[in-house]
Design a protein around this ligand. Structure first.
Ligand code: FUB
Length: 340
């Protein structure tokens, strides 16, 4: 009957709206969610946003986070547990401030927590800390990962058992200071008609605490095989790298920063190159857009954040989740979280 048809078409929409509209946590601010499934449960590794009273600046100093808390849930839509402090900046010997977007990985009985922070010279580096529990507390290594720089580490485990770290972010994330491979205190961006700055990838060593081999550029190409250009603000990489694998293809997704999209590119190799495909998530409330993609119980989910709980304060964000759909041709359905 027509009523049944109506129920069939409306039910999934209603479900999606109720999942995506609510922050997962309302008694603290959380952002930059990196979601993983460990032992059948979902663990989310977010930033912990605070209002440190630092004025808003282009270099992102108002994102003055000091610690991390892990979130866990049995399934999407289930009860969310906020765990005790997983790692605090005061317990990281090399770090000074700004504990930005983290990630985590599991190998052989140990959970590895990866996080960017400014060192004592105010240079962003990436650190690693370990625990026997997915929720921490994590013990930080005394030094950042050798050869690491910039922000937003994302660790992907391939079916082969190899782990790769993707990282980098321009502007406040300082990637533009590393074009020679050495730190340059001045910002240097490519000219508009030159290839955009590329995110970085390094294979992790067996110990999960160092890079095996050199750090490489992640090439993001247009449909003609040409690198995206610096002036292509709608499509070029800014920050927030993430990789997932679907039907044998590697999906590299990221934020376009000043144009506020989560975009994606696909390829046949975890090291790239990746070909630009489109937008996964349109701009959300607040300047930043940052996400992760994970499969759980046969469904794919997009974890993301927005600033709705704080009434639009860009550095006070909340983690949310919604379902993500791959189309039969492998493309991803664009999500507009502002429309609920
Ligand atoms: O949370 C601080 C920074 O904002 C992250 O590292 C970026 O990806 C952006 O979300």
């Amino acid at each position: 009957t027509s009523t049944e048809n109506q129920a069939d078409t409306e039910a999934p929409v209603a479900q999606q709206a109720s999942v995506s509209s609510e922050p997962l946590v309302t008694d603290m601010y959380t952002a930059d969610p990196s979601a993983h499934v460990f032992n059948g449960k979902i663990y989310v590794y977010p930033s912990h946003d605070i209002d440190a009273g630092v004025p808003e600046k282009d270099d992102g100093s108002h994102f003055a986070m000091e610690d991390y808390h892990v979130l866990s849930m049995d399934s999407v839509g289930g009860k969310v547990t906020v765990h005790d402090v997983a790692l605090h900046v005061k317990d990281v010997p090399w770090a000074s401030r700004q504990m930005w977007a983290p990630d985590a990985a599991y190998k052989d009985g140990t959970y590895y927590f990866y996080f960017p922070a400014k060192d004592k010279q105010d240079i962003f580096r990436i650190g690693v800390a370990t625990s026997t529990s997915p929720t921490g507390p994590f013990k930080a290594e005394p030094e950042p990962i050798a050869g690491s720089y910039s922000i937003d580490p994302a660790v992907f485990k391939d079916d082969s058992g190899d782990y790769y770290m993707y990282f980098g972010g321009i502007w406040g994330g300082q990637l533009q200071r590393w074009s020679t491979g050495k730190y340059n205190p001045n910002d240097e961006y490519p000219a508009d008609d030159q290839p955009a700055l590329m995110p970085k990838v390094a294979k992790l060593s067996a110990d999960m605490k160092s890079f095996e081999g050199e750090v490489k550029d992640v090439q993001i190409l247009d449909k003609n095989g040409q690198p995206l250009l610096a002036k292509d603000n709608d499509r070029r990489f800014f920050e927030a790298a993430w990789v997932h694998k679907y039907n044998g293809k590697y999906y590299f997704s990221y934020s376009t920063g000043d144009t506020h999209n989560i975009a994606y590119a696909t390829g046949d190799n975890p090291l790239g190159p990746f070909t630009y495909q489109g937008v996964i998530l349109k701009p959300v409330l607040g300047w930043t857009n940052h996400h992760s993609i994970v499969e759980h119980n046969g469904k794919w989910y997009l974890f993301y954040h927005d600033s709705s709980l704080s009434g639009g304060k860009t550095h006070l964000r909340s983690v949310k989740v919604t379902e993500l759909k791959h189309n039969p041709d492998g493309s991803i359905e664009t999500i507009d979280a502002m429309v609920e």
